[in-house]
Design a protein around this ligand. Structure first.
Ligand SMILES: Cc1cc2nc3c(=O)[nH]c(=O)nc-3n(C[C@H](O)[C@H](O)[C@H](O)COP(=O)(O)OP(=O)(O)OC[C@H]3O[C@@H](n4cnc5c(N)ncnc54)[C@H](O)[C@@H]3O)c2cc1C
Length: 280
């Protein structure tokens, strides 16, 4: 799985399938259901820590589901596998605003919806009208409204036993130059703050209410700490980076150390933003 995650960490999956379209996806799900084979869904792998034992059963990757259509003036229907970069560049060309917050956020639309990915400029919650998913329990499709998705800060109620297929987004007219300026501002700000060079999966922990995970981790002296090739980045304490051949166990040791020290010194329980999947 290290080939399919931005952290470049993770043991082998028994099988890894990129479904080209919904029909293929439904066929895979029906077959796995009939054979009793477990299924795990991944998108762009930019928020994933896959454990060293890998993943049993079939990993269903949605990154090859790539339709993107402007169906009405301000309304866009986008498949789960479309990258956030492609989505942003397309709506920019169409002079539709609302997705500027995606500037510099990697990953796919499916993962973005599950995570309610966002920045200080906004999040998926703000633009999502509905989400269509395929249930892994019976192979049926379900459509949820924005309210039913129950988007929260870096999360949603989209169930783990469903594959997100597509979403309908409602945007608004905005001149191209204005969108480009806002996105460039966000990208510049990110460039200043984010660690460069090493493999990573963005923020490790969610920010606790009224504080920053990075500030708390830095205050307990973890910046620059290494376990094997895993490091709490000297540039940003809430980014743990892989300098080459780090194991998931190394990253998890850093995660445990950060949690324990922040709890002991600040009484704050850090909550992972990364999704950890697979077996030890
Ligand atoms: C350099 C860098 C910067 C980042 N900056 C930000 C940021 O500013 N803001 C932010 O919010 N995040 C940020 N992230 C984290 C990450 O980009 C987001 O969480 C992103 O939305 C994850 O999308 P993905 O497709 O890569 O999902 P994955 O990492 O593949 O999966 C994430 C979760 O979504 C589920 N999932 C993925 N696709 C589907 C699907 N089709 N159906 C059902 N479940 C699915 C997975 O099972 C998993 O639980 C950053 C990451 C990196 C590497």
């Amino acid at each position: 799985m290290r080939r399919h995650t931005t952290l470049k960490i993770g043991g082998p999956a028994d099988a890894y399938i990129e479904a080209r379209d919904t029909n293929m996806l439904v066929a895979i799900v029906q077959w796995c259901l009939a054979e009793g084979i477990p299924m795990t869904t991944v998108g762009g792998g930019s928020n994933l820590l896959v454990r060293d034992g890998g993943i049993r059963g079939v990993v269903i990757a949605t990154r090859a589901l790539r339709n993107l259509e402007r169906v009405r003036d301000n309304v866009v229907v986008v498949d789960a596998g479309v990258s956030t970069g492609k989505l942003l560049s397309s709506v920019t060309k169409w002079e539709l605003g609302g997705l500027e917050f995606l500037g510099g956020v990697p990953g796919s639309v499916g993962g973005g919806l599950v995570m309610n990915a966002g920045t200080y400029l906004g999040e998926f919650k703000d633009v999502t009208t509905s989400v269509r998913s395929l249930r892994l329990t019976d192979g049926e499709t379900v459509t949820r409204t924005n309210e039913e998705c129950k988007f929260v800060y870096r999360g949603s109620a989209l169930p783990v036993d469903e594959v997100v297929l597509s979403a309908t987004l409602t945007l608004w007219p905005r001149p191209l130059a204005e969108i480009k300026e806002v996105v460039a501002g966000l990208r510049a700000r990110r460039k200043e703050r984010e660690p460069k060079g090493a493999n990573n999966a963005g923020s490790v922990f969610k920010n606790p209410e009224g504080d920053y995970a990075g500030r708390l981790i830095e205050s307990v002296g973890l910046k620059g700490t290494r376990v094997g090739a895993a490091e709490c980045s000297p540039a940003h304490a809430n980014w743990f980076v892989n300098h080459g051949d780090a194991k998931a166990a190394d990253m998890l040791a850093l995660v445990a150390e950060a949690k324990a020290k922040v709890l002991a010194e600040h009484g704050v329980e850090l909550v992972l933003e990364w999704k950890c999947i697979g077996e030890d």
